[in-house]
Design a binder for this molecule. Structure first.
Ligand code: BGC
Length: 407
């Protein structure tokens, strides 16, 4: 039986600046993509040229019957040098917001999605003690410019992932640099408090100039599977506690929390071997586990447990700010989406306050270290002409949105 959702439910698709805009050459990622030996399969180049084609992207969202669009502002464009702000770049992002409004689309704007301006990364990125203050200053500039135009803002995309994958394992530029002289554990521990401070300062700036906006972070929420003890015991496993514990604690002063869920992690080995403490990425999956083309276990039903855990830990209203699958096969995307929305329905039936669902992603875009080889989009992008072609999954998502229901 289909379940009808609240009338103001946000149905959206998500992107981030660097992954779709193109030509983001002043960012640390651009430099990383061209550095010898960096763990990146190739440059982002023109990406999807969304910096120029944002109207077309917003129109796609509208034509599908969605009512919301999540996109990112690129700090490297807005503040190309320390303390030097670009009026033209800020005006550009105001036009993106205005276009959303004209077309009846609710914008959710991310202030930092994995990239930093080069000048900030060269001083250590999220390991530089002054970065939180700089991030707060940038957030203040943006907030004054957007004023009362925004109702939904995300300060930092997945600070938990930035700390634990980006810096601990050197998958992001400043982390990669730092690991040349320090170990991952120390790096993750140093950047976590700075990410939290950056979030707090940005939140203050947003509240001061945009009193009508809801502010939060999106966390790389995971379903920890296979643990038979109590919920409290699960939360005490070092991997579970270290991954996102400090970040969940920080959401206390936020207005909402974004759940970004793609897959599950194993809290105990499924092959019966003795369970010590799992690594941050959980125990290995048993042989034969169905994997997506991003190499992650295919597990759309992770959505409800991830939402339940987040609700339990934060008590805040929830937006699913990312959920999706990297696959070449759109029929597999439809299967994933349908089952994930069914799982969302379970969480809603439990009475959890879920306000929206944003599919990752609107476009086949630059998938960070994996380049253009992994496709998350509900629309394909011709890499030569940038023409967008909606995939059947886009219409399936649009259908649920128009009916405002989940299976
Ligand atoms: C990130 C996106 C990324 C997606 C798929 C999320 O963790 O926010 O930028 O493309 O996962 O890997």
């Amino acid at each position: 039986m289909a379940l009808r959702l609240r009338d103001d439910f946000l149905w959206g698709a998500a992107t981030s600046g660097h992954q779709v805009e193109g030509g983001n050459w002043n960012s640390d990622w651009w430099e990383f993509e061209h550095a010898a030996g960096a763990p990146v399969s190739g440059p982002s180049g023109d990406a999807c040229d969304s910096y120029h084609r944002f109207e077309e992207d917003i129109q796609l969202v509208r034509d599908l019957g969605l009512n919301a669009y999540r996109f990112g502002v690129e700090w490297p464009r807005v503040e190309p040098e320390d303390g030097e702000f670009s009026i033209a770049a800020i005006d550009h992002y105001r036009r993106v917001v205005a276009t959303c409004r004209e077309r009846g689309i609710e914008p959710l704007v991310t202030f930092s999605h994995h990239t930093l301006p080069r000048w900030a990364a060269h001083r250590g990125g999220w390991l530089w003690p002054e970065l939180p203050q700089r991030f707060g200053r940038y957030a203040d500039r943006l907030s004054r410019a957007f004023g009362d135009e925004l109702r939904w803002v995300m300060t930092i995309n997945q600070p938990d992932l930035v700390a634990n994958i980006g810096y601990r394992y050197g998958q992001e530029p400043a982390g990669w640099e730092a690991l040349k002289s320090t170990d991952g554990e120390a790096v993750a521990q140093r950047c976590t408090p700075l990410l939290l401070a950056g979030h707090r300062l940005a939140r203050e700036a947003i509240r001061a100039s945009m009193p009508g906006a809801s502010v939060g972070v999106g966390l790389a929420s995971v379903e920890w599977t296979g643990f038979e003890g109590s919920e409290e015991e699960l939360e005490q496993l070092p991997a579970v506690r270290e991954w996102d514990g400090p970040f969940y604690n920080e959401t206390g002063g936020d207005d909402y929390v974004g759940v970004q869920v793609y897959t599950r992690r194993l809290a105990v080995p499924l092959d019966g071997s003795p369970a010590l403490s799992p690594g941050l990425e959980g125990y290995p999956e048993p042989p034969g586990t169905r994997l997506t083309s991003a190499g992650w276990p295919f597990h759309p039903e992770s959505l409800a447990p991830a939402v339940r855990r987040t609700a339990r830990k934060t008590g805040l209203p929830i937006l699913i700010t990312e959920n999706g699958i990297g696959t070449e096969d759109d029929a597999e995307r439809i299967e994933f989406l349908t089952r994930a929305l069914g799982s969302l329905g379970e969480a809603v039936r439990d009475g959890i306050d879920v306000r929206g669902y944003f599919h990752w992603s609107l476009l086949d875009n630059f998938e960070w270290g994996q380049g253009y080889g992994v496709r998350f989009g509900i629309a394909e992008v011709d890499r030569r002409t940038f023409a967008r072609t909606l995939k059947p999954s886009a219409h399936v998502l649009g259908g649920y949105a128009r009916r405002n229901e989940v299976p």
